[in-house]
Design a protein around this ligand. Sequence first.
Ligand SMILES: C[S@@+](CC[C@H](N)C(=O)[O-])C[C@H]1O[C@@H](n2cnc3c(N)ncnc32)[C@H](O)[C@@H]1O
Length: 394
Amino acid sequence: MFYYSDDNQFCLYNGNSLQILGQIKEQVDMIFVDPPYFLSNGGKKIQGKRIVSVDKGDWDKAISVEYIDKFNQEWINSCKPLLKDNGTIWICGTFHNIYSVEKCLKTAGFHIINIITWQKSDPTPTWGELHFNFSSEYIIWARKNPKSKHYFNFELMKQLNGGVPMPDVWKLPTVGMWEKTCGKHPTQKPLRLLYRIILASTRAGDIILDPFAGSCTTGIAANLLGRKFIGIDQSQDYLNLGIKRKLDIEDPYRLDIMQKHIAENPEEVTVLVNHARRETKAKMIETGICYLRAGDSQGSLCVTPGFERLEYVLLHTGGEDCQLFKLKKKGCFQIWTKETLELHGFSPSHATYYIVLQFNNINKSKFKVSYNLKEKINTYRARIRPLSDFLDLC
Ligand SMILES: C[S@@+](CC[C@H](N)C(=O)[O-])C[C@H]1O[C@@H](n2cnc3c(N)ncnc32)[C@H](O)[C@@H]1O
C-alpha cells in the first residue's frame, strides 16, 4: 500500500492497475474510472494565444485498436469481482475509447444504465477549421449484470434539477484553478462532476474505487461526502498530488473555501434568499408576490448573468421561519412601481420602483436548510444561492 490516511478513509496503491486490482480483497459499492482515452496522437488545442499539443503522456498513447480493446477488457474484467452485486461502475471517455469500453462492458456481462453526456460549459478551443469544437465527454453508467438492483438517488437528482427528473446531459464547467492549488494533473476531472456521480449512486459510508486515480479527484469528492476511497495509479507523482489534496481538505479553512467553490456551480438552479418582515411575508405568501427594491441598497437585488437559472424564492424573517417556493417562471422578473404594489395590498415605503418575482404560493417546496442564514453579517441582504445549499446532500 502506498498511503493510508489517519482517518482510514483514503487508501492508495501505486503500480499497474491490471496487477493491483487482482490483489484487492475488499468489495466496493461504486467504481469510477477515468482511464486513458488514448487521444495523445499529436492533436492540437489553443491555450491562451498559443497552439499547444493535447498529448497527456506515454500512458495515453495507443499502439493499435486491438491494444485499446485488450487493455479495456482486462481492467473491466478485473474490476467486476470487486464490485458488490448491487454496485455500479462509471467510465469516462471520448470517441477515442468509449465505443471500445461499451463493447468490453457488454462482453463482461455488465448492463448499461445510462450514457451521460458531459457538456462542458467552458470548453478549450480546439485548433483547426475542419471539425466542430470538441466540447463534450461521455460517461457510461452500468450495473454488474442485467438482473442486479442498483442504487439511484432519483429524488436528490430531481431536486438538484429544480424539481424535474435530471436529464442525461449535464452542463458543467471544466476543472477550475481553485481545484489546482496543490499542483496539476493533465487530465484532472472537476470535483463538481464527481460530486454529482457520487451523490447519484452511493450512500454515506460507501466504498468507492478508482483504478486510474491520477490526482485523486474521486477520493477528494468521496471523502468530502463521507464515503471511503481506494485509488490506484502507476505514477507516484500523481498520487503524491492526491495526498496533498487530501491533507488540504483536512485544514478547516481550506475545506470551507473548497466547499463554497463546489456549491457555486455556475450551471446550478438558484434560489433568491429574501428577508421580509413577518406581516409583509405573510402577505407575500398570500399573493404569491415577492418584491425587492430596485436600486443599490441592502434590500435590493443585483440582476447579473446567471439570473436566468433562478427557480426558487426562499422567504425568511431575520434568518428564521423560512419557506421555499418555486417561481412561476424561471429567471423571470418584472419592475413594478410603488403604486402597483399598493394595488396588490402592500405598503412599500423605501423606493419608487421594485423588482417583482411571482411564485407558486399553493405548494411549499420541501427543503432542509443546511446554509446558515444568520451566519452572514447582514441577514437582511437579498442574495442568490445555489439550490444545493438548502438540500440534505448526504
Ligand atoms: C485520465 S487520468 C485520471 C485523472 C483523474 N481522474 C484525476 O482527476 O486526476 C488516467 C490516469 O491513469 C494512470 N494510468 C494509466 N495507465 C495505468 C495503469 N496501467 N495502471 C495504473 N495507472 C495507470 C495515469 O497515470 C493517469 O494518472
